[in-house]
Ligand binder design. Structure first.
Ligand code: MN
Length: 309
């Protein structure tokens, strides 16, 4: 595959630590088996890692040096010859289970959103986390709650459904493209809370409610960021862009509420998906790399402050 030839750069250009010692385990997942429209997200992980070489390691907002953490950037976990979507995702479950036997925080870089369920399942199995004690915070333009899409249960358009079916809670943020039966399912399950993009933009009370929800989440939290949650100028390359997304500072307010202002936040894994690099611009991969650096700076600076108290 052409995106393999350029090689995988270590996250932020920092030395690769052994996986056993890493605070953060970066898992690049160049998979795009079920994308319905735009292609190219398989090239996302390498592009994001390359862009990360240019990100400042000091976070000016929370005064945190990202090079004070140890990173293990794993090799690309690519589809093998003959892999179908099904066989790749089963192998990914095994890979996630294996890497999460180590204590570091798992950060997966997609690839399309269909990687999330097997990554979460593998992680929960090796860390013995029951789904009933897991909240998935989903930043996404789409609800991803369909039972199947184009005949496939594993489609990127169904990424949240198996997690909810297995008992996880989902807090969806920035949603603005959803089917009636997805909404019905969300209501009936009683485990899905949705904060639509339009109300967040128009109603300051709704934003306060969201920040209070994120700030008060307890138990294990998995964070999944589909970059199409953002306004389209921040992610023009993504597979299924939707106008009306979150602005940059707005996105950071929500991440801060969850990762920096919630003293009880127990983050068990993160992924960022659907980044598609484009010819002639680096905006897609830079936005994703910067988002990852903010996630880590917010979370680990708060953990460190807690420890020193
Ligand atoms: Mn999605």
């Amino acid at each position: 595959m052409s995106n393999d030839l350029r090689g995988t750069k270590p996250f932020l250009g920092l030395d690769r630590s052994p996986i056993t010692e890493a605070d953060v385990i970066i898992l690049p997942l160049p998979f795009e088996g079920t994308v319905s429209y735009g292609h190219g997200t398989a090239a996302g992980p390498n592009a994001v890692l390359r862009a990360s070489q240019e990100i400042e390691v000091w976070d000016e907002e929370v005064d945190f040096s990202l090079d004070s953490l140890k990173y293990h950037t794993a090799a690309l976990f690519s589809p093998a010859e003959g892999d179908t979507t099904g066989t790749y995702l089963v192998r990914l479950f095994g890979q996630s289970k294996m890497v999460t036997e180590h204590p570091g925080l798992l950060v997966s870089i997609g690839g399309e959103h269909s990687i999330t369920p097997p990554v979460v399942r593998g992680l929960c199995e090796s860390k013995k986390i029951p789904f009933s004690d897991l909240t998935v915070v989903q930043f996404d333009a789409h609800a991803d709650l369909r039972s199947e899409y184009e005949g496939m249960k594993q489609s990127h358009a169904c990424a949240m459904r198996p997690l909810v079916e297995n008992g996880a809670r989902v807090v969806g943020v920035g949603i603005r493209s959803v089917q009636q039966d997805e909404l019905r399912y969300a209501e009936e399950s009683r485990r899905v809370q949705t904060y639509g993009a339009q109300r967040l933009a128009d109603d300051p009370d709704r934003e306060r409610e969201l920040c209070s929800t994120l700030g008060n989440l307890r138990g294990n939290i998995y964070l999944t960021i589909d970059v199409d949650v953002l306004e389209v100028h921040l992610c023009p390359g993504t597979g299924t862009p939707q106008p009306g997304g979150l602005a940059w500072w707005q996105m950071l307010r929500y991440l801060r509420a969850l990762l920096h202002q919630n003293d009880h936040c127990k983050l068990v894994g993160v992924d960022i998906v659907e980044t598609v690099p484009m010819l002639g611009t680096q905006v897609n991969e830079f936005v994703s790399a910067r988002l990852l650096s903010k996630v880590l700076a917010y979370y680990f600076s708060a953990k460190r402050a807690e420890k020193s108290e």
